[in-house]
Design a protein around this ligand. Sequence first.
Ligand code: FAD
Length: 395
Amino acid sequence: MTDLNEFRAQTRAWLQAHCPDDARGPGQIPFGSSKITLDTDTRLWLERMADRGWTVPTWPRAYGGAELSNPEYRILIEELTRIGARTPLTGRGVNYIGPTILELGTEDQKKRWLPGIARGEGAWAMGYSEPGAGSDLASLTARAERVGDELRINGRKTWTSDAVYCDFIFVLARTSQSVRKHEGISLILVDMHQPGVEVHPIRLLSGASPFNETVFDNAVARVDDVIGGIGNGWTAGKRLLQFERSTHAGINISGAQGGRTEASRMPERIRAFVGEPTGQIREESIRRGLTDYQMNAHAQRLTQARVIEETKARAPGFASSAVKLSNALLTQRGDELLLEAMGTQGLSIEASHPAHQENVEQTKGWLYRKSLTIAGGTKEVQLNIIAKRVLGLPD
Ligand SMILES: Cc1cc2nc3c(=O)[nH]c(=O)nc-3n(C[C@H](O)[C@H](O)[C@H](O)COP(=O)(O)OP(=O)(O)OC[C@H]3O[C@@H](n4cnc5c(N)ncnc54)[C@H](O)[C@@H]3O)c2cc1C
């Protein structure tokens, strides 16, 4: 315990001295993209944290981490949250493909890929879903054929988030046609800076394009860059999904953001709309809703902390589905509550005055966060996993 107290004191002092003022509070969070210029302090913060191994605090030192234990990791997150320090690096590199390589990659793959991922050198896209393969992912048809030491990839991936900004993509593709559906799939790392990879943004009603279609036309990858071995992509790909779900759930201890939460700001935000000068909330239904929400948020935080401490790997297995789902439902419940408190202001989609910009962001966020029960596997898919794998119910 004394060691942990000492660790906390040292961590607090170091963060206080090294986290630039402009890397605290809301602002830019890097995800490694070579196409996005970072603000000066954001870059400095990323570099300082990477030098200390704290962009991936639990990874081995040899691959860019700091080898923190789970309790030390939790303290680091608490201390980062305490001073409002932004996550130094996020994205599918540190959170999804990095821990998958760490767990299932060869020594050569770990040495080649992990130090760069830990320093945010390149952003990663996720090439799983296809027009005919979402929940039923094993129906995917993208294929990769071996030509010498290379793989030639052809096919289309849809909903590839952020792909226009990405440098690399991990792709699930079929490397064998003559086996059963779940076999013959491989998880392949692909450089996106090549003529065989084209990204077409998908424009949403809001005008934004967070999604893309990514087309592979004889794209080239190295056979050495198949993670988990050729034909084992279903197993490797499912493990990666657990890292993704754990990230959504706040229980992935690969990167430097596991367990952080926005829930604590909810009372203050609600009071801004329906609070008396005394701080009391006028509307009884909102008062009750907030109490209910706060109890659930507290339970969620304790669950996240317990899961983080109990998990031996960098993310749990099937438990990631349960915590992902409860986290998504809690977040959506918070949005609904805030919207109720905002009344007509909760329907603003454009700000007529700069002071109202936060309301607009909240409304857009409410709409966007409806996707939390779709992305990373839908609510129904998570419920199926929980029923079968956690509760052991029959098919
Ligand atoms: C914000 C966001 C970001 C995303 N980013 C990426 C990305 O970067 N890369 C990527 O590859 N994909 C990405 N996706 C795609 C995501 O993984 C799929 O949308 C998701 O897996 C569902 O697939 P689908 O959209 O094809 O829906 P479908 O699978 O067609 O499902 C339609 C409906 O049927 C239900 N359903 C399907 N099967 C069952 C079943 N067996 N039992 C009960 N109900 C069922 C579903 O729950 C859903 O309600 C993203 C999605 C979102 C929303």
